[in-house]
Design a protein around this ligand. Structure first.
Ligand code: ZN
Length: 310
C-alpha cells in the first residue's frame, strides 16, 4: 500500500473564456492567481492557476481556457464537484455574495454533517463550499472577502461513477480510508493529509458517461512531497497493473498520470519545486511565464492570448 499521498495537489478543469474564468476565480471566489502560463502541450491556450498565497498543494484550482469551447455534459466517469473549505458560519456571506453577483446553481444542504453551498462556475462547473470548524490553513485575502469567510483551500472532491468498486480499491491502495457513507455517496479520507483530504464517490449506475468540455474537470492531482516519493508511488502503481506515464516536468511540480477504472484521470504531483521557482512570492501570477522551450516564441504566443484584464 502507498503511504506517501498527502491529499490533493491540484484540480485542473477546462473553460470557454480566459478573462471570465480569471475574474470568477480571483474576484468572485477571491483566490490568488499564482501562475499565468500556457498549456505545455498547446501554447495557444493559457494555463491559469488559482490558490492560496503560495499556491500550496491542496489549494490550487487550475484551468485550460479553450476560447469558445463547447460546454461539457455532466455524467459519470468524472469529478462532478470540486469542494472548497470555508470557515464555519460563513455560508450566509457567500450566498449573499453569489446572489448579488448572479452566480448560478445555488443550493444549500448538509453533506456528512457539514453545511454545504453548491454553486456553478461560469461554464456550469460543479463547485461547492463546505464549512469546516477546524481548518487552520491561512487564506489568501482578496478584496471584499473577510478573513472569517475566505477559502482555505480544497476540502476535497466528489466523483460520479457508474460503479465505485474499482475506484474504492484504488483509493484504499493509495492510502485513503473509507470513513462514512450517506445515501449513494461513500466518503474516503487520507490520514495526516494537507487539508484537502476527502474524496467522495457517488454510485450512479444508470447515468451515461460525461462528455468533457468547458466546465468539466480534466484531471485531479494528488500530492507527494518530492520526486523520490513520486517514483516509489509510480512503481507501486505499475506493480499493481496501472499504466502510468513517465515523470513529466511541469516546471512548478513533477507529474505522473494514469487513467483509473472509473474513468477519472489521476495525476500524482510533487510539492517541489513550487510556484515561486521563477517569480517572487510577492508577484506570483502577474507576468506570463513560459517553459524555456517556448521562450523564443514569446511575442507570438503573447499576441495570440487574450489579455486577462479588461
Ligand atoms: Zn495536473
Amino acid at each position: 500500500m502507498i503511504k506517501d499521498i498527502k491529499g490533493l495537489h491540484h484540480i485542473t478543469s477546462m473553460a470557454s473564456d480566459a478573462r471570465q474564468n480569471n475574474r470568477f476565480f480571483t474576484e468572485t471566489l477571491g483566490l490568488r492567481r499564482v501562475k499565468q502560463t500556457v498549456n505545455f502541450d498547446d501554447p495557444s491556450v493559457y494555463h491559469l492557476y488559482y490558490g492560496d498565497e503560495n499556491g500550496s498543494a491542496g489549494s490550487v484550482m487550475t484551468y485550460f481556457p479553450f476560447q469558445n469551447m463547447m460546454l461539457g455534459r455532466p455524467g459519470v466517469g468524472e469529478v462532478s464537484e470540486t469542494q472548497f473549505s470555508v470557515p464555519k458560519g460563513s455560508l450566509k456571506f457567500w450566498q449573499d455574495r453569489f446572489t448579488a453577483q448572479g452566480v448560478d446553481g445555488l443550493e444549500t444542504d448538509t453533506a456528512f454533517g457539514a453545511n454545504r453551498l453548491r454553486f456553478m462556475g461560469p461554464d456550469g462547473d460543479g463547485l461547492a463550499l463546505i464549512e469546516s470548524a477546524d481548518d487552520n490553513r491561512a487564506p489568501w485575502l482578496a478584496e471584499g472577502i473577510p478573513d472569517d469567510a475566505a477559502i482555505r483551500g480544497f476540502a476535497g472532491a466528489r466523483f460520479s461513477l457508474n460503479n465505485t468498486g474499482a475506484t474504492e480499491e484504488l483509493l484504499g491502495f493509495m492510502g485513503y480510508q473509507r470513513a462514512d457513507s450517506e445515501g449513494d455517496v461513500t466518503r474516503f479520507i487520507i490520514p495526516d493529509g494537507n487539508g484537502a483530504d476527502t474524496i467522495d464517490l457517488t454510485a450512479l449506475p444508470k447515468i451515461p458517461f460525461a462528455r468533457p468540455g468547458a466546465g468539466s474537470v480534466h484531471h485531479i492531482a494528488f500530492a507527494v512531497d518530492n520526486r523520490e516519493k513520486q517514483l516509489e508511488v509510480r512503481k507501486a502503481l505499475m506493480d499493481t497493473g496501472y499504466q502510468v506515464t513517465p515523470v513529466i516536468d511541469r516546471d512548478y511540480f513533477w507529474a505522473i498520470y494514469f487513467r483509473t477504472p472509473g474513468g477519472v484521470l489521476f495525476e500524482v504531483a510533487t510539492n517541489e519545486p513550487g510556484f515561486n521557482r521563477d517569480e517572487d512570492t510577492a508577484h506570483l501570477g502577474e507576468a506570463l511565464k513560459l517553459p524555456s522551450r517556448y521562450e523564443d516564441f514569446r511575442d507570438q504566443i503573447q499576441t495570440n492570448l487574450a489579455p486577462l484584464a479588461a
